[in-house]
Design a binder for this molecule. Structure first.
Ligand SMILES: O=C(O)Cc1cc(O)ccc1O
Ligand SMILES: [Fe+2]
Length: 446
């Protein structure tokens, strides 16, 4: 057996930038210069192109990478055989029974008691759109306690946005390695083979994007800086393993799962160049811009990544965070206002507390506020915000996020029946009192 891994240190290396044309080689001279397809590649490697956009996509959205690998990925020894991953669902997903609508909140999904890999631990909470026509998304949680050693995975249906809440993920992709800790996120492109290692019980959230890729939102009048800055996105350098043992590749393809055996590691890319890459991002590098005099802006000011739908300003998915920040607005109700939204909001909490909920929304928990269904601060949050002294105040120890989509998010049976669902969630608004008494001052004493 010849097991060779070319990375020795625990500290991984990354290349900065969003959507750059990168190049990287883990052996000197492995990357062809001046051309993509030499008659014979250095080191006896095979050249393979991985396309993330149609060949003829406009230059600004045209994405592909060239991979120089020990064997081309077409070489596998068995046909793709169907396998079951029971908790991972895809849209359109119509559960047998009628699903409840309404504001929904859950405590964290329990950690698994059985050995569970990242891929086995994906549990779908909602789906939206249609995986066949490449629109919409799914909101998942994952739980894992076992590393993928000889099992690998790629998702032909979607790119994956991974948001760890407990435990660092050690992700080995065809294009290199990324360690992704709670407080960081990563994006794994459609079609990219990877495996995930864990240090122990791990949990987090995952957004499956069936549509156009995530990109950075335009900043409009904000200008050239702040929000998520391109240099804070990190792409791995090339890394490969040479492993001539039984290995399997799992595939998600049009909502179904398949497995093939390949007899060697598919993570055998020695060098690559291109702009279709995985990347990670540390949420603490997000530079929020907000209200510095009065009123509460729309949460779109906190968009880290947006996946466009083709209709301007109408995202297939916005990935929005609620980071630590100063609250300074004068004569203002500072938490989120009460609202009904045409888009649907799946929220999670990475750590700390969320300012619209005094209790009940805990790290690892989730909430779903679906298309046009009203929500906002709980009664305690409202009382506090209407009576607190409005001096500058720093919101600390907080990192909530939202997967927001233009489509309604349909609950799965797993989500609807999850033991941690909070049956009394809507009671958090029950204590909202009537302050109207016909006078301009209102009745705030009751
Ligand atoms: O519902 C939520 O808590 C998310 C949210 C936050 C905010 O500041 C404004 C609108 C919004 O949907
Ligand atoms: Fe909301």
């Amino acid at each position: 057996m010849n097991d060779k891994v070319n990375s020795v240190s625990n500290q991984l290396s990354y290349m900065p930038g969003f959507g750059n044309d990168f190049e990287t080689e883990s052996l000197p001279g492995a990357l062809p210069q001046g051309q993509n397809s030499p008659q014979k590649c250095a080191y006896g490697l095979y050249a393979e192109q991985l396309s993330g956009s149609p060949f003829t996509a406009p230059r600004g959205t045209n994405e592909r990478s060239w991979l120089y690998r020990i064997r081309p990925s077409v070489r596998h020894t068995t046909r793709f055989k169907p396998v079951k991953l029971d908790y991972w669902k895809s849209a359109p997903h119509n559960p047998d029974c009628e699903m409840p609508i309404g504001q929904t909140r859950w405590d964290p999904v329990p950690m698994p008691t059985e050995p569970t890999t990242f891929i086995e631990g994906v549990r779908t909470i909602t789906t939206a759109g249609d995986v066949f026509t490449q629109v919409g998304m799914a909101s998942h949680v994952y739980v894992a306690n076992k590393s993928m050693e000889d099992d690998h995975f790629f998702n032909a249906d979607a790119e994956l946005l991974v948001v760890p809440e407990v435990g660092t993920l050690h992700i080995f992709t065809e294009m290199g390695k990324m360690d992704v800790a709670p407080g960081e996120i990563c994006v794994l492109p459609r079609g990219m083979i990877f495996k995930v290692g864990v240090d122990g019980a791990s949990r987090g959230y995952m957004c499956e994007n069936y549509g156009a890729k995530f990109t950075l939102p335009d900043r409009g009048p904000i200008g050239a800086n702040c929000l998520a800055n391109p240099r804070d996105f990190k792409t791995p350098v090339a890394a490969f393993e040479e492993k001539e043992t039984d290995c399997a590749v799992y595939v998600k393809w049009c909502g179904k799962f398949y497995r093939t055996e390949i007899g060697h590691s598919p993570l055998d890319v020695v060098a690559w160049h291109g702009n279709y890459t995985p990347y990670k991002y540390d949420l603490s590098t997000y530079s929020p811009v907000g209200a510095i005099l009065f009123d509460h802006p729309d949460p779109s000011i906190f968009t880290v990544l947006t996946a466009p739908s083709g209709e301007e300003g109408t995202a297939n998915i916005d990935f929005v965070i609620f980071p630590p920040r100063w609250m300074v607005a004068e004569h203002t109700f500072r938490p989120p206002w009460y609202h009904r939204n045409i888009m649907s909001e799946f929220m999670g909490l990475i750590h700390g507390q969320y300012d619209a909920k005094e209790e009940g929304f805990v790290p690892g928990g989730m909430s779903l506020h679906n298309m046009m269904l009203p929500h906002g601060p709980d009664a305690m949050g409202f009382e506090k915000a209407t009576h607190s002294e409005l001096k500058p105040m720093k919101l600390e120890n907080t990192m909530a996020f939202m997967f927001e989509t233009r489509f309604p998010q349909l609950l799965t049976e797993y989500g609807a029946n999850l033991e941690t669902i909070q049956d009394n969630y809507i009671d958090c608004w029950k204590g909202l009192k009537k302050h109207f008494n016909g006078t301009p001052e209102g009745d705030w004493d009751e």
